[in-house]
Design a protein. Sequence first.
Length: 138
Amino acid sequence: MERTFVMVKPDGIDRRLIGEIIGRFERRGLRIVGLKLLRPDRSLAERHYAVHRDKPFFGELVEFITGGAVVALAIEGPQAITLVRQMMGALKPEQAAPGTIRGDYTTDIQANLVHGSDGPETARAELDLWFRPGELLD
């Protein structure tokens, strides 16, 4: 079993796609082991996107993610990281295949509805950042 972090971003909340997005993961057979709705503060957003700190779009990422509520998810299942990323689809809307979350619902690279960890180390770090000890199901 593998765990990964997924975030439904503010545009997903605003568009009322929380249930659709979570439902896709559940129908695939993945298990939700942590879930919370929150509005991230600047400190949390900056820590989450720290890998992009020196890139020109860092400020926009932080502003976007702190501009509204998000849903933080811990998802578990065999090959959860790979499956979640495949289900999300490519970051660029023109490359996101139909049938993926982004392929079905996005037209903008920044307002792309979801974030998912890109590897095991990132998943552990992001889960630790967004969830406190004891908040995830065993």
